[in-house]
Write a protein that binds this ligand. Sequence first.
Ligand code: GLU
Length: 430
Amino acid sequence: MAARTAITDPYAIYEDPAFDIARKQFAAISQHLNIPADEGDRLLLPKRAITVSVPVHLDDDSTAVFTGYRVQHHLTMGPTKGGTRFAPNLTLGETAALSIWMSWKCALANLPYGGAKGGVCCDPRKLSLRELEGVSRRYMQEMIPFVGPHTDVMGPDMGTGEQVMAWFMDTYSMYVGHSVNAIVTGKPTYLGGSVGRKESTGRGVAFLAERALDVLKIDPTGKTVIVQGFGNVGSIAAASLYYKTQMKITGISDHTCAFYDAKGLPFEKFEKHMESNRDLSNFDGAPRIDPGEMILQPCEVLIPAAVEAVIDGDNAGRLQCRVLAEGANGPTTPAADAILDQRWDEIFVVPDILCNAGGVIVSYFEWVQDLQSLFWNESEVADKLFRILDASFQQVVRRAKAEKISHRLAALAIAVERVRKAKNTRGLFP
Ligand code: GLU
């Protein structure tokens, strides 16, 4: 009988458009850093990819089985760290791509973590609070063999927040028999959460958008901002630029609709609306626009703060922003990057792994505070956060200039080099 010779493509299980973006970005960086293919595989392929069935009792007494994932990208520099996404079309490949971006994000910020990402393929908007609790608790329970405060630390992402993190912490703590607040970050402050964690991603995006305007010598006062996505990241970034920096918010969208007014939107009304509504679908206080058109309107700062691949080969040539501040993970495809590379003197890109790193940086602070049971105040958190972001920003801009490469390539180069060096110095076991 013929011996089995087929070697399965180790990338096959991750097939997905988002993974394709992460892989192509890595191919570009491998070429730039001369990383041989075998070493590249070791750097790029996730260490662990876990898929679980999450059976849950629904309110109508039936049961439903949801699929949950957790991908731990590398364990070279400490525990893995990353958010948990509850979204209807979540796939293993997308989760893997997000875990890879978390690795580069943590390395760029010099956090002692590898990247991870997880989530459940479900629509949290269609679940009752009790059902959401069921999904959250059972998902964490299924993950207990694979996580721990020194193994893998979950945090929030799209579709999850403080309440889900509290259920995760409770489920894990009930299992081990004592409270383990360092098992997750993004908890309420009264359960070991850090002050400023909820606002950290959005505030970081705003801080870096301002840093970019500063490099371009543009005075931000009265200048315009368009924000795609009005969740935790987009709304806080916009609020910070509106109230603190006195910029004008001219475009706002969420997954249901978009609004645009060149004279400036009534930002307070949007905030008020979101206090008692889940989305902007029935907001009628501003003129509407096609969501695809909104991001093409002229502005100083464009913030994609929603999902992946919204800036692609079709629209990148028509963007009219001066700064593209990537609040989302993976919002820009490699085809768009090729166009943005040509437009480098028109559009200043603040790449995702730099721009939205504020969230995981304050998650790191939260973990450190939990492990020490010693808590910091708001100004300590903010000061440390902005110091790290500013240092990363300067390193990226300097490297891009020196090597005449894009900010994305520069950010990835710094991050991948750090992980590569750590892996090579530790060596291959056994
Ligand atoms: N979801 C956040 C991100 O994409 C990070 C989650 C965490 O704090 O671990 O960066």
